[in-house]
Ligand binder design. Structure first.
Ligand SMILES: Cc1cc2nc3c(=O)[nH]c(=O)nc-3n(C[C@H](O)[C@H](O)[C@H](O)COP(=O)(O)OP(=O)(O)OC[C@H]3O[C@@H](n4cnc5c(N)ncnc54)[C@H](O)[C@@H]3O)c2cc1C
Length: 401
C-alpha cells in the first residue's frame, strides 16, 4: 500500500493551491469581512484582484486567460474563501462559476475569445440571471422573453431577481456581462423553449432595477434586480441555438451546487475551529466548558458532520467532469447535506460561545446568518429532495454502486 491519500488534496497541485488561497485569504479577505458585512458593501477591488492570482477563470481554458483546473480545485477555492467571508465567496462563485465556467463550456469559440480574457483578468465582472420575481424553482415558469428582429438582433423584455453581482455598487452600475435565460417560444409539444443570451453593460435597455438591501446574510455580496426593456442583443450574443438553455443550465448547476456545498464546508470548518478554541478558553463553575457533556455534544456532532461533508464534497468533486452533466444525484445530495449541516454547526458554535457568539466581532453570528442562504440559493433544499427522489426512481442501482 502506498501513502494514504488526502481526499481534499488529491494531488500536490491541489495542496499548493489550497495553501496559496488560504494564505491570501488570511491576508486580504479576513481583515475586511466584518466591515463589509456590516456596511452591506461588496469589495469589488478585492474580487478584481483575484484575476492576478489566476482564480477568476479557474476552470477556463488557459488560452483565454484561465487556469484550466478541475472541479476539486474549484471546491478548494470556495472552501478557503468561505472560511473567512462567505459573502465575498458568493460574489466569487457568481463570477467564476455562474458566468465564466458557463461560458467556458457552453459558449462558441468566437464568444470565448471575445469575452473570456476580460472576465478572467477581472476587468469585467460577470453574473448569471435565471431567477425572476415570479419564478425561481419553477424555472420554466419564467416570463422574460426574447424575440428575434428582422435585422437578426434579439429584443429582450423582462425582469430578473436576486442576481448576485447584478449591480457592482450602490449607484446602479450593472454587471459588465450577464448570462441571461429568456423564453424564445414553445416547441411542437407546447413546452417552453428557453435560450441563453450574453448581455453586456452599455447595451440599450439593460439596467439595474434595485440593489436588494437588508438581506439576512451574504451581505458582502451585491444582490440586484435587473431590468431588460426592449434590450437589443446582437445575434452574436445568443449562446448555442435557440432552445438549448436547459442543457447549459443542467451542466452548470452541478458545479454551482458543488461549490455552494464547498462554501458550507468553509463555514463549518471555521465555526468548529472557533467553538473548539472557545470551549478551552472559557471557564464556568471552575471548569473549562469543554468538560460539560452538553458542550461536548455540540462539538462532537459538529466534528462528525464536518468530516462527513468534507468526504462527500471531495468525493463528488473527483467524479465530476466540468462541462459534462451526469452528477446531479450527488451535486444535489452534497448541497442538501452540507447546507443544513453548516447551519447547524454555526448554530452549535454560537451556543457554545454564549453571548459572545451572538455579536459580530466573534465571527460565528455572521457565519450563522450566511449559512441560511445555502438552503435557498442554487436550488432550495426542497428542490434537492425532489431531484434526488426522481433520479433514484430512474436509477435505483445508484444505491448499490
Ligand atoms: C442572496 C441570493 C442570491 C441569489 N443569487 C442568484 C443569482 O445569482 N442568479 C439567479 O438566477 N438566482 C439567484 N438567487 C435566487 C435563488 O436561486 C432562488 O431564490 C431560489 O432558486 C428559490 O426561488 P424563489 O426564491 O423564487 O422561491 P420559490 O421557488 O418560489 O420557492 C418558495 C418555496 O416553495 C418551495 N417549492 C417550490 N417549488 C416546489 C416544489 N415543486 N416542491 C416542493 N417545494 C417547492 C421552495 O423550496 C421554497 O421553500 C439568489 C437568491 C438569494 C436569496
Amino acid at each position: 500500500m502506498g501513502e494514504t491519500m488526502d481526499i481534499a488534496n488529491p494531488s500536490e497541485e491541489h495542496a499548493m493551491l489550497r495553501e496559496m488561497v488560504r494564505d491570501w485569504t488570511k491576508e486580504h479577505v479576513e481583515p475586511q469581512a466584518l466591515e463589509h458585512d456590516r456596511d452591506e458593501a461588496f469589495n469589488l477591488p478585492l474580487l478584481r484582484s483575484m484575476g492576478e492570482l489566476g482564480l477568476l477563470g479557474i476552470s477556463a481554458d488557459e488560452k483565454y486567460g484561465g487556469a484550466g483546473l478541475d472541479a476539486t480545485a474549484c471546491a478548494i477555492v470556495h472552501e478557503e474563501l468561505s472560511a473567512s467571508d462567505p459573502g465575498f465567496a458568493l460574489a466569487y462563485l457568481a463570477h467564476s462559476m455562474l458566468f465564466v465556467n458557463n461560458l467556458s463550456f457552453n459558449g462558441s469559440e468566437e464568444q470565448k475569445a471575445r469575452i473570456l480574457p476580460h472576465v478572467c483578468s477581472g476587468e469585467w465582472i460577470g453574473a448569471m440571471a435565471m431567477s425572476e420575481p415570479d419564478a425561481g424553482t419553477d424555472v420554466l415558469g419564467l416570463s422574460t422573453t426574447a424575440v428575434q428582429q428582422e435585422d437578426g438582433n434579439w429584443l429582450l423584455n423582462g425582469r430578473k431577481m436576486w442576481i448576485t453581482n447584478g449591480c457592482l455598487d450602490d449607484n446602479g452600475t450593472p454587471a459588465d456581462v450577464v448570462w441571461v435565460y429568456a423564453k424564445t417560444g414553445v416547441d411542437e409539444r407546447g413546452r417552453v423553449q428557453m435560450s441563453t443570451f450574453l448581455v453586456e453593460a452599455g447595451m440599450q435597455g439593460y439596467s439595474v432595477g434595485q440593489k436588494i438591501m437588508d438581506k439576512t446574510g451574504m451581505r458582502a455580496s451585491n444582490t440586484a434586480e435587473l431590468v431588460f426593456e426592449d434590450c437589443i442583443v446582437p445575434n452574436a450574443n445568443l449562446v448555442g441555438s435557440p432552445g438549448e438553455s436547459l442543457l447549459h443550465m443542467m451542466a452548470n448547476l452541478e458545479i454551482e451546487r458543488l461549490t455552494l456545498a464547498a462554501m458550507a464546508l468553509g463555514i463549518s470548518r471555521r465555526a468548529l475551529e472557533d467553538m473548539n478554541r472557545y470551549a478551552t478558553e472559557r471557564t464556568a463553575f471552575k471548569s473549562q466548558i469543554r468538560d460539560f457533556g452538553q458542550i461536548q455534544r455540540y462539538i462532537g456532532e459538529s466534528w462528525a458532520k464536518y468530516r462527513s461533508m468534507r468526504a462527500y464534497i471531495y468525493d463528488t468533486a473527483q467524479h465530476m467532469t466540468l462541462g459534462k452533466p451526469g452528477h446531479r444525484l450527488d451535486s444535489d445530495g452534497v448541497k442538501l447535506f452540507a447546507a443544513t449541516a453548516a447551519k447547524e454547526i454555526a448554530d452549535a458554535a454560537m451556543q457554545v460561545m454564549g453571548g459572545y457568539g451572538y455579536v459580530g466581532e466573534y465571527h460565528v453570528e455572521r457565519l450563522w446568518r450566511d449559512s441560511k442562504l445555502l438552503e435557498i440559493g442554487g436550488g432550495t433544499i426542497e428542490s434537492h429532495h425532489k431531484n434526488i427522489t426522481r433520479d433514484l426512481s430512474k436509477d435505483p442501482e445508484a444505491i448499490n454502486r
